[in-house]
Design a protein around this ligand. Structure first.
Ligand code: HEC
Ligand code: HEC
Length: 381
């Protein structure tokens, strides 16, 4: 009941948000023939590699679909209910989001901010494009649970309010799986958020954009080798190498679960239960093999994609299973050598000693990666 009413509350908030929010600047700009280049030095993209902006009419249709709960089989879940715009396009209140009929998903919802730059999607990289990715939650039985894409597009075809948007994007009013995927992907490509204080300092040459502790934190970030995986280039940074690594997180969570686990009943409500109870409710036996599930290569066991660190202060909880609540706990984990009991752990994660003020400097640096304006932030429209 609690879960259901939380979902209903969130849904109402989102319906209001999407009704009152205007489309992003990119989505309302006049349509250029083949999509416009996001201008270098544009505040919102400063620090990112240059990107093609998607056709505005297509992105506007995608936005309408993204916020629409009627895309799920029983009208309860939209994309935006797990990727909440006001929570950094992720879910801050649960380690892993609650899906169809109260089912707890296996993994944390990644942020969709700057997802246009991600090469292999999902924590295990199993989708090669945003278009391919978009169809998966629509069909996943614990997410939007549509019995088939044909059933979904038939429902959309019967909704008169979609007709003008399909016409504007494609020339006629008909929905198809490829059109739905392409529109959702186009909307997601507008979710650009860089131009952070770090970007204004490091890429924009504005010495006053950050303070001494951010500069010191960035120096440490490089000295400790964080940038070996969370890449920072000379002209732009995604803070990811687009590779998969075993950082010990999954092994740590499995070890913790062997002693029973804290189970989240609803946002803010958790309880400690035994392994036996977990099994009896069908949890705790759900293996997560990481990238191995895709490649079947032994070296990919428990490996997950390096996430971006842009806007990371907004996207708690952290890691593929949401097992870290704060940036402080992530830093302490790396400092302790991650999870040394994990034989497959990346050998670079050997731990380090933090001198006075080092931890807060690293955190100050991570916080300096937050963009001043976010797409679809309902407080700004
Ligand atoms: C019930 C919650 C839920 C819903 C609804 C949902 N997602 Fe997700 N989304 C997730 C989770 C959890 C993952 C990570 C799954 C994994 O890695 O195996 C994810 C992953 C993604 C990714 C990959 C991001 C990355 O960095 O790899 C994209 C893109 C995405 N979702 C878009 C969408 C779209 C578009 C919709 C609506 C059609 C949608 N999601 C609906 C929970 C949800
Ligand atoms: C060997 C590659 C590697 C190195 C080195 C590394 N990371 Fe990571 N980092 C990852 C991977 C992979 C994940 C995701 C793990 C998961 O999802 O289970 C991650 C996750 C994170 C997260 C959580 C982000 C999120 O959205 O969940 C933060 C914060 C972070 N790293 C900061 C750092 C810092 C600070 C350092 C240096 C002390 C560092 N990383 C060093 C690969 C690395």
């Amino acid at each position: 009941m609690r879960i259901a009413s939380a979902i209903a509350g969130a849904a109402l908030a989102l319906v209001l948000a999407s009704a009152s929010a205007t489309a992003t600047a990119t989505a309302t700009a006049p349509a250029p023939a083949r999509g416009a280049e996001v201008a270098a030095g544009d505040d919102r993209s400063l620090g990112l590699p240059s990107l093609q902006a998607p056709p505005p009419a297509l992105a506007a249709l995608g936005r309408q679909l993204f916020f629409d709960r009627r895309l799920s089989v029983n009208g309860t879940l939209s994309c935006a209910m797990c990727h909440l715009p006001e929570q950094g396009f992720t879910s801050n209140e649960t380690r892993t989001p609650v899906g169809m009929e109260g089912a707890t998903l296996r993994r944390n919802a990644p942020t969709l901010l700057n997802v246009a730059l991600v090469r292999a999607l999902f924590h295990d990289g199993r989708a090669a494009s945003l278009e391919a990715q978009a169809l998966q939650p629509l069909l996943h039985p614990q997410e939007m649970a549509n019995p088939s894409l044909a059933a979904l597009t038939k429902r959309i075809d019967a909704m008169p309010e979609y007709r003008p948007a399909f016409r504007a994007a494609f020339g006629d009013r008909h929905a198809s799986p490829a059109r739905v995927a392409s529109a959702l992907a186009a909307y997601e490509r507008t979710l650009i958020a860089a131009g952070s204080p770090f970007d204004r300092w490091f890429y924009g040459g504005d010495a006053g954009a950050v303070d001494e502790s951010v500069r010191r934190g960035f120096e440490l970030f490089r000295k400790l080798g964080c940038d070996g995986c969370h890449l920072v280039g000379p002209h732009s940074a995604t803070f990811s190498d687009d590779q998969f690594h075993d950082t010990g997180v999954q092994a740590r969570s499995e070890a913790a679960r062997a002693h029973g686990a804290r189970v989240q009943l609803a946002p803010g409500l958790a309880t400690q239960v035994s392994v036996e109870t977990l099994r009896s409710i069908g949890q705790g036996d759900e293996p997560d093999l990481g990238r191995f599930e895709v490649t079947r290569q032994p070296q990919d066991l428990r490996a997950y994609r390096t996430p971006t660190l842009r806007n990371v202060a907004l996207t708690a909880p952290y890691m593929h299973d949401g097992s870290f609540a704060s940036l402080e706990s992530v830093i302490d984990y790396y400092a302790a050598g991650s999870h040394p009991a994990d034989p497959g752990q990346d050998p670079r994660l050997r731990g380090f000693t933090l001198a006075d003020g080092d931890r807060s400097a690293l955190i100050a640096f991570l916080r300096s990666l937050t963009s001043p304006t976010l797409p679809n932030d309902r407080h700004r429209h």
